[in-house]
Design a protein around this ligand. Sequence first.
Ligand SMILES: [Mn+2]
Length: 318
Amino acid sequence: MEISLRRVAQMLGEAEKLVITGHIHPDGDSLGSMLALYAPLAAQGKQVTLLLDDELPAVYRFLPGAELIRRPAGPVAADLLVVLDASDADRIAGVDAAVRATVLNIDHHISNTKFADFWYIDSQAAATGEIVLELLHLMKIPVTADMATNLYTAIATDCGFFRYANATATTLRHAADLMDSGAQPHIIAEQLETKPLDSIMTLRSVLDSLEIHAGGRIAAVTVEFENGGDSAADTTEGYINYPRNIEGVEIAIMFKPEGDGATRVSFRSRRCDVSRLALAFGGGGHARAAGCTVASGLAAAKKEVLRAAERLLAESGL
Ligand SMILES: [Mn+2]
């Protein structure tokens, strides 16, 4: 059932035992939103658990409270499971089965499948972090410097540090508001931009994989890691910006073989709605940024996805 943000605040106020989670392949928005909502609820004496069925990328370990996030291990009973920034039950993986609770979903993805018992979706918000900030204001919860750091990271990372089309005047006001509460953008940016040498070496091989299709309107890169190790998750997000930024490219694609024979695919676009592409392969996202996992190996996935991308270009008149 769709509910108002005021009703969300009420439900959070009434719950005593809560689990907060976000989507797998965690990003700054899902993690920052989880941590910013966790702190004040825990401070009110509620029993709050942060669960995530994935590894925490090293680049986000600086977020205040990040060390409290656990992987689900066995069943958990709670009053409320709060699902942040995830548009589908599949996106929270094992947490869905582990937690017995009423499910409350707070999200900003236009592709949200309305899987929860209760949901609040604002597809105008650049990040779930924007919704969480409004929620905290509504609950009259003072925003601490740590909460501000988490929410600034959530918002900034989801709108390319205020450069993407989803960044609105409200987004910038929220960011200013968070600076007033103690967020330090230059320190957060430095944390996110500093990379280990091996990630730059990987960038070199990623750029080497660049392919151009459809007369220059589609550009794709492939990210292959020798051991699919932890550092992989840290840095892959940014690689797709290289094909995305090439003059004349309408659709940028990043392919990443997963350990289990499937292929993770990310999309970025200038004008067409790539969430349609992602949806066609069981994924989701936004018009200009979306992703999916294709249940086939790299070569087959590439063929299928490139064909679908060319079709989308034709349908979009591009
Ligand atoms: Mn988000």
